[in-house]
Structures are given as structure tokens and as C-alpha cells.
Ligand binder design. Structure first.
Ligand SMILES: Nc1ncnc2c1ncn2[C@@H]1O[C@H](COP(=O)(O)OP(=O)(O)O)[C@@H](O)[C@H]1O
Ligand SMILES: [Mg+2]
Length: 245
């Protein structure tokens, strides 16, 4: 479903944040991108939906090219891609429900969204989604009044509302304690298994990567140094990747 060909990204003229990345992700995979801080994980994820503009290379979603897509075509393609962020990226002063409904904004005209004209159907769906994620009764709370784990569940609810084919999660549990982290990772796994959503999830902890990934891609200095099953990734390899500068 996702194909990346010879992707390079350079922020400054003489260094590359990503170098020569080529990979194919099939539908229904749960891919973990693993690597230490600065290895290029966020840049890779953000190139996929062009929050970061690649320097060269091509990216295709279901055969349609994302790189080079016009703004209106890109908007169409992005409807299929949900994003989950480390810092949740909620609108703090908005209610939980408004944050969740904003997952529909890609398909509601801007004017309608400004006027809060969400359909009854969307509002009902947002209730169901919040219920499913254990947030029933919190619809009207301000987002910033929730705990970190609850805020990330709102982030996941927003993604479910969007009904995407692909979810890109950039270190979604790095700000959470271990128990809450597992709850969030379990929910992503459930979307992957039940809804058939393809997941690409950046993590920096090998233990979480091995627990949740069906495939692990290790990045080091902007290059892919491992791409395979979690069980074939040895501790020796991991420490080599993590200790190299
Ligand atoms: N907006 C930016 N401008 C300049 N350099 C950046 C920017 N974002 C990231 N980088 C650099 O790109 C490299 C990869 O960063 P990043 O993709 O954030 O890695 P990770 O998510 O694995 O920590 C790092 O050297 C980082 O300093
Ligand atoms: Mg990052």
C-alpha cells in the first residue's frame, strides 16, 4: 500500500537526515521504526504525508504518488492517513468531542467546520468512538484537563473518526508511563487487527518495538540498518546500532 523509493532528506546543505530509503509496506502490517534520537524517524514519518518535504525520491500510497502531488490532490491523499503525535497535538482549549470531530475536518468544508456544523451522524460516531476508548462522559471536558494517557486516547479517537487506511504514529507513548504506554500500544494493535488499519509507529525503546511490531525497521544516521521480523533482531545487533555514533 505504501512504497518509498530512494528517499533522501537534507535540512542543511551538507548533511542528510534520511539517506537512500527504499521500502514497501503492505496492507495490514504493523511496522515499528526503531532508532535512537536523531536517527531520522520523525523525518521519515513526516515525509510520508509531506509535513516535511523530501529532498528527492518518490512516495506512493496505493499506487498514487504523494511526492509532487498538487495541494488539492495531497489533501485527498491525506484523508487516508491518520497521524498520532508524541505530544498528542490536541487543541487544548477545545472540548474532547470537538477534538475528536476534527478528525473529520479533511472531509468537511472549512466554513462548515468553523461553524461547528458537524452532522448528527458524525456526532453519534464520535460518541461511539469515545465510548470505545473509555472516554464516555468526558465529551465536554477541555482537552487539557485530561491526563496524558487520556489525551492520547483522544488522539486515537480523532484518528478513528477519520477512518484512515494508514496510521503514522510518531513516538505516541514517549511521554507516558509504562502501563499507560502499553494501553495505547494495545489500542493501536486493536485498530490494526480489527479495522485492518496499516500502522507505522516510531519508537525508541527496543522492548516495545519487539512486543508490538510485526516488522521492525531500524534507522541509524538516516539509513535503514535492519528491516525484518522482531524475532530475528538480536540484542547484539541492537546494541551495535544504539552504541554507534
Ligand atoms: N526542522 C529541522 N531542521 C533542521 N534539522 C532537522 C530538523 N528536523 C530534524 N532535523 C535533524 O535531522 C536529523 C533527524 O532528526 P529526526 O527525524 O527528528 O530524528 P528522530 O525522530 O529519530 O529523533 C537530526 O540530525 C535532526 O537534528
Ligand atoms: Mg522524532
Amino acid at each position: 500500500m505504501l512504497k518509498i523509493e530512494k528517499l533522501f532528506k537534507s535540512y542543511a546543505s551538507d548533511t542528510y537526515a534520511l539517506q537512500d530509503i527504499s521500502l514497501v509496506v503492505e496492507r495490514n502490517e504493523f511496522v515499528v521504526i526503531l532508532g535512537k534520537s536523531g536517527s531520522g524517524k520523525s523525518t521519515l514519518l513526516r515525509c510520508i504525508n509531506r509535513l516535511v518535504e523530501p529532498t528527492s525520491g518518490r512516495i506512493f500510497l496505493n499506487g498514487k504518488e504523494i511526492t509532487g502531488a498538487s495541494p488539492s490532490h495531497l489533501r485527498q491523499l491525506r484523508k487516508n492517513i491518520g497521524m498520532v503525535f508524541q505530544q498528542y497535538n490536541l487543541v487544548d482549549r477545545f472540548s474532547v468531542q470537538t477534538n475528536v470531530l476534527s478528525g473529520k475536518l479533511a472531509s468537511v468544508s472549512n466554513m462548515a467546520s468553523l461553524l461547528n456544523l458537524f452532522s448528527e451522524e458524525d456526532i453519534e460516531k464520535s460518541r461511539q468512538v469515545l465510548n470505545r476508548l473509555g472516554l464516555a462522559g468526558r465529551e465536554l471536558k477541555r482537552a487539557d484537563k485530561l491526563s496524558g494517557g487520556q489525551q492520547q486516547r483522544v488522539g486515537l479517537a480523532r484518528v478513528l473518526m477519520q477512518n484512515p487506511q494508514l496510521v503514522l504514529a510518531d513516538e505516541p507513548v514517549s511521554s507516558l508511563d509504562p502501563m499507560t504506554s502499553n494501553q495505547i500500544m494495545d489500542l493501536l494493535t486493536e485498530f490494526n487487527k480489527k479495522e485492518g488499519v496499516t500502522v507505522i509507529c516510531n519508537l525508541h525503546l527496543p522492548s516495545l518495538a519487539k512486543k508490538y511490531g510485526t516488522r521492525i525497521i531500524v534507522l541509524s544516521k538516516g539509513r535503514v540498518v535492519y528491516d525484518g521480523s522482531p524475532k530475528d533482531l538480536s540484542e547484539a545487533q541492537l546494541s551495535a546500532y544504539y552504541d554507534s555514533q
